[in-house]
Design a protein around this ligand. Structure first.
Ligand SMILES: [Zn+2]
Length: 219
């Protein structure tokens, strides 16, 4: 009787942890005129620290999707993000396109990123994962198995170009829809226009009875 090939041990858990699932959240927690602000690719001291001042002044709680290498370079900025009460999101260690990666490789990268975050902030809770370039591939199930909810977006304004602060303000005010998760960037380049646009847009939307809440906990 031929022997069968033993099943290789799986590289990690495959089921979602309690409270999360493999769906991609792109809606705010509240209904009606509510939106969630999310900032990718930091920490980036030049702009993240000013952004934190802006968010504090306007009393907005946001999500920061952290690039692991940048966390290692600027752990003090991550501590400030957490101290200010914002929510953390894993954005991968090296901002790789994971769209074609097998689950084991994705799991290793996401774990490495969380280890970097916890070197900066021990016991930090990392609630979300966002795939670099939106190249989700097999990342949603892996993120959920590691206890992180995949976090997408409904509005992106091209702030990486960057198109000018006035144009960013216009795109945000024209593009906002009830319940939208909004994708912005505080790292990966000069993001001063993003910081200035947020500083201008939040009071305008507040005057129109918009609220800023966190994204939904799960899809
Ligand atoms: Zn990114």
């Amino acid at each position: 009787m031929p022997s069968t090939t033993p099943t290789p041990a799986t590289a990690g858990p495959v089921r979602p942890r309690p409270g999360v699932n493999a769906g991609i959240v792109d809606r705010a927690r509240s209904g009606g005129r509510a939106a969630s602000l999310t900032f990718d690719d930091g920490p980036n001291p030049a702009d993240t620290l000013r952004l934190l001042d802006v968010l504090r002044r306007h009393r907005v709680a946001a999500v920061f999707c952290l690039w692991g290498e940048h966390v290692d370079a600027h752990p003090g900025v991550v501590r400030r993000i957490v101290a200010d009460g914002h929510t953390l999101c894993n954005h991968g260690m090296r901002h790789d396109d994971m769209g074609a990666w097998p689950p084991e490789r994705i799991a290793a990268d996401l774990a490495e990123t969380n280890e970097a975050i916890r070197r900066a902030v021990p016991h930090a809770r990392v609630r979300y994962f966002r795939a670099p370039y939106g190249a989700w591939g097999r990342t949603p199930a892996v993120a959920a198995a590691l206890g992180m909810q995949p976090l997408g977006w409904r509005l992106s304004v091209g702030d990486w170009e960057p198109p000018g602060t006035d144009e960013l303000v216009r795109r945000l005010l024209d593009g906002i829809t009830p319940g939208a998760v909004v994708l912005l960037h505080d790292g990966g380049g000069d993001r001063s226009q993003t910081v200035e646009a947020v500083d201008r847009v939040v009071p305008v939307l507040r005057a129109q009875r918009w609220r800023f809440t966190l994204p939904r906990k799960h899809a």
